[in-house]
Ligand binder design. Structure first.
Ligand code: FRU
Length: 481
């Protein structure tokens, strides 16, 4: 480790210590989500199960609640529920990363954990350079930087970042989020036999490619993986305009289903589908574990979306990661299901009801003070409308006549109600994870997901749950988490 790196790590650790008490005193500090110990967290990075342990890194700015020269923070876990905060994995100390060890991924090779990340470099005039770098670990805790392994290929601007690497047959592949010289968003594919020497095969998807029209000026954080018989390309495009119920956040995160032709470096795919319909979700990353599950974690935030207005800034921290979700490909649909291990979070069963008739009058679930809980509902076919109020902070509504499901929340900027919606043919099932300042809602076995930060007023815990509507709720269960 260079002296500069040691110094940066020491300064970051000092910042954590100095602010520990202030950060932990925040009533909005989450109970069961991964957060930065101080400062700003953004993308999940390097998600991998290595020697039986899950490792999840994150983009981290320790010195302020804004963006800047990022570090890689590091968590590990045996079970996706109990996480250990590990020592800092990467600090932006070297010339090829001096303005940030930006996002990337991890693979296992010859028993070692190998990280690929973007070295972000800017000069005094703001000119950008980008290097895709490698770092190797034998113990899963300390990382030996090997420097750049990919220089910027021709045809792209310096907005070329976030390498995601995987192995297919005898070769390694890398997708990189990019902007081509015509200033449109792309995903570049590269290939290597040895992880060091990389060849650029071309852009496999992006604005103006594969029948896609104008589709943004930059695509960030791509991920490509096989799920049963299809290939899924995940990406976070920037520059889409709202369209009906779609694309209402500042930037989007979604996927294309198709088939990658590794020989021709061509990816034929269908339409772009948003992964999450809520307010805060971006830059997700997946990994395959030893149970054969494709796990995904996202950033519970969106770049430049009122980041400076988050109430947690008063306590010197901002943002969190989502819960881990398992991706499934079922009958031509992508489903996202909370990892089954999350059932370990359940402490006390608070509500267990069968055949509850909904009516126009609000019915309260008996759990006034809860701030962290899981709710699960199965609905009868006769349900034509459903409303659930979480204190004064958020509401979930479904209306059968319009087939629209919505999440409403009180804006943390204006205090006014704001809404995100999607079409849902029927409402059969709803599962929601509520934390002190977040909600993740899974509908119909994971057909649609809504993720959002919610900041209930101090005198009103989200746990005051009121139900109304028409039809039968066959089963309701609530657990304190
Ligand atoms: C996405 C992103 C990435 C970049 C990282 C920097 O949120 O902008 O493209 O690598 O964040 O923190």
């Amino acid at each position: 480790m260079t002296e500069r790196e040691q110094e940066l790590i020491r300064l970051a650790e000092e910042e954590v210590e100095k602010n520990k008490e202030l950060v932990e005193r925040d009533p909005y500090r989450l109970r069961y989500h991964l957060m930065p110990p101080v400062g700003l967290l953004n993308d999940p990075n390097g998600f991998i199960q290595w020697n039986g342990t899950y490792h999840l890194f994150y983009q981290w700015m320790p010195f302020k609640t804004g963006h800047g020269a990022k570090f890689w923070g590091h968590y590990s876990s045996k079970d996706l529920v109990n996480w250990k905060h590990e020592p800092i994995a990467l600090a932006p100390s070297e010339w090829f990363e001096k303005n940030g060890c930006y996002s990337g991924s991890a693979v296992e090779h010859d028993g070692k954990m190998i990280l690929f990340y973007t070295g972000n470099v800017k000069d005094e005039d703001g000119n950008r350079e980008t290097y895709q770098c490698m770092a190797v670990s034998e113990d899963g805790v300390t990382f030996d930087k090997k420097g750049p392994v990919v220089e910027l290929p021709e045809g792209y601007t310096a907005h070329f970042r976030d390498p995601k690497v995987w192995k297919k047959d005898s070769h390694w592949y890398m997708v990189v989020g990019a902007q081509s010289e015509d200033l449109t968003g792309k995903v570049a594919l590269l290939k290597s036999a040895d992880l060091k020497d990389w060849k650029h095969l071309g852009a496999i998807a992006g604005s103006g490619l594969n029948g896609l029209g104008d589709f943004g000026y930059m695509w960030e954080c791509p991920d490509l993986f096989e799920l049963d018989e299809v290939d899924i390309l995940v990406a976070s495009p920037q520059g889409l305009k709202p369209e009906g119920m779609k694309y209402h956040n500042v930037y989007q995160a979604g996927y294309f289903v198709g088939k990658l032709d590794y020989e021709q470096a061509k990816f034929e795919h269908g339409e772009f589908v948003e992964l999450d319909r809520g307010f805060e979700f971006y830059a997700p990353q997946t990994t395959l574990d030893d149970k054969g599950r494709r796990l995904m974690v996202g950033w519970m935030g969106v770049p430049e979306q009122d980041e400076d207005k988050h109430p947690t800034i008063a306590h010197k921290w901002i943002h969190a990661l989502t819960l881990p979700r398992v991706l499934k490909w079922v009958n031509g649909k992508l489903l996202q299901v909370p990892a089954e291990e999350l059932a370990q979070l359940r402490q006390v069963s608070m509500v267990e009801l069968s055949d509850m008739q909904l009516s126009e009058d609000n019915a309260g679930l008996a759990m006034e003070e809860e701030r962290a809980f899981e709710m699960s509902f199965s609905f009868g076919r006769d349900v034509t409308s459903f409303e659930l109020a979480l204190g004064d902070a958020a509401q979930l509504t479904y209306d059968d006549s319009s087939s629209v499901f919505s999440l409403h929340r009180k804006s943390f900027v204006t205090g006014e109600w704001e809404t995100r919606s999607c079409k849902l043919e029927a409402l059969t099932e709803l599962r929601a994870f509520v934390d002190t300042s977040s909600i993740e809602v899974f509908l119909n076995g994971g057909e649609e997901v809504f993720t959002a930060r919610v900041f209930p007023g101090c005198d009103s815990a989200a746990g005051k749950v009121l139900l109304s509507g028409s039809g039968t709720v066959e089963k309701v269960s609530v657990w304190e988490l």
